[in-house]
Design a protein around this ligand. Structure first.
Ligand SMILES: *Cc1c(COP(=O)(O)O)cnc(C)c1O
Length: 379
């Protein structure tokens, strides 16, 4: 049976040419040629003053937390739904994560929750543009300004998504993107830190390059820094992808619209669709089982996996996992944890692949057999 993958890249001759160029020419005085080009090109693409390419998105998030001078004693309000790296970036600095529930239709932080969680120790808010959906940045920025909080945007899944004409990741004090292999634009691994603030930029650059300060003395270091640099080879690959972002979004849109035609309004599966006022990158195809049943969701994932169709369950709520174990009630986040689903959206999917996924999904959820008959229940 043909494998239908969850995620995968869209590679053309341009990527191959750029990587070839980096292998052949990216040494000696041009060792970072593609990195510099990538940073310039990315800053231009998202409309931000400063960009720093990093080894991965987690490093970019950590640089944001470091550059905003978060540390022990500080609290950061974090969206409860994300990949765990979002929270780790805060925890690495010694600051504490306080998890906030998400909106059910976007899986992004619910702005109404933020104000209730503010204490005298709250320093920042970490929002996540989940699956390419935009967080309501107008509401978040209004609350942050009112209470003197800084905003970090985890835009790791939202390259190509805009909020009211501004690219996600560029609205708060700092933002982070990822080019890990399952994202819309890939480098295998790779990340990008962005900001419009010169001081924040300088601090992030300093931390990410060992806190080196050659102005004092060659190879002098004036703090405990990190080696968060990207390889020039990887930068070459990502550069080609960044230059092709419009084509990447268009291809993801083709896939999403194909699913939408077949699944919108499905009796057992609720497909998440974008708001009309936000520019969506169509990066992921997300939804819930309407039954809300975890076992049913897990069985569906297993059944389709047996047919070579790769679905992924929703992320576990971060507040529930051992590094945090916060005894909180975050029903929307917990619902996605319990019955959320990510459908295959690899760039390579054809209309036929998507029809197969929808047909199998429908068959399992409606309890029909191959012949279309409803299965008798044993009980
Ligand atoms: C992928 C991802 C990260 C981590 O990025 P890496 O490049 O894998 O380190 C962080 N947050 C979110 C929301 C992500 O999707």
């Amino acid at each position: 049976m043909k494998k239908i993958p969850l995620a995968g890249p869209f590679i053309t001759q341009k990527e191959i040419d750029y990587v070839h160029d980096a292998v052949v020419n990216g040494w000696y005085e041009t060792y970072d040629m593609h990195i510099r080009r990538l940073e310039e090109r990315f800053a231009e693409a998202v409309g931000v003053k400063y960009a720093i390419a990093t080894y991965c998105g987690t490093h970019a998030l950590h640089l944001a937390a470091l550059a905003l001078q978060l540390g022990p004693g500080d609290e950061v309000i974090v969206a409860d739904q994300s990949y765990i790296a979002t929270a780790y970036a805060i925890s690495y600095t010694g600051a504490e994560c306080v998890f906030a529930d998400v909106c059910p239709d976007t899986l992004c932080i619910d702005p109404a929750q933020i104000e209730q969680l503010i204490t005298p120790r709250t320093k920042a808010v970490m929002v996540v543009h989940f699956g390419g959906f935009c967080c309501d940045m107008d509401a978040v920025m209004r609350i942050a300004e009112k209470h003197g909080l800084t905003v970090i945007e985890d835009a790791c899944q939202s390259f190509g998504s805009c909020w009211h004409g501004r690219h996600t990741g560029t609205i708060g004090a700092a933002g982070a993107f990822s080019f890990q292999g399952s994202k819309i634009a890939v480098g295998g691994e790779g990340g990008m830190f962005v900001t419009n603030d010169e001081n924040i930029y300088r601090r992030a650059r300093h931390f990410g390059t060992f806190c080196r300060n050659d102005a004092v003395q060659y190879l002098w270091s004036d703090g405990i820094g990190y080696n968060y640099r990207i390889s020039n080879l990887t930068a070459a690959l990502i550069l080609a992808q960044v230059e092709r972002i419009d084509a990447l979004v268009a291809n993801k849109k083709r896939i999403f619209e194909c699913y939408r035609e077949q699944l919108e309004g499905h009796p057992q599966f609720e497909l998440l669709v974008p708001r009309s006022d936000a520019g969506f990158n169509y990066g992921y195809v997300l939804g819930y089982l309407r039954s809300g049943n975890r076992d049913e969701r897990d069985q569906l994932v297993d059944k389709l996996a047996a047919e070579n169709i790769h679905l992924r369950p929703g992320y576990p709520s971060m507040h529930r996992m051992p590094p945090y174990s916060q005894d909180r009630l975050l029903p929307n986040s917990d619902r996605y944890d319990r019955c959320g689903l990510v459908l295959p959206s690899a760039h390579s999917l054809t209309e036929t692949d998507i029809a197969v996924v929808c047909e199998r999904l429908d068959r399992v959820l409606s309890g029909k057999t191959e012949s279309g008959e409803a299965v008798e229940c044993d009980i």
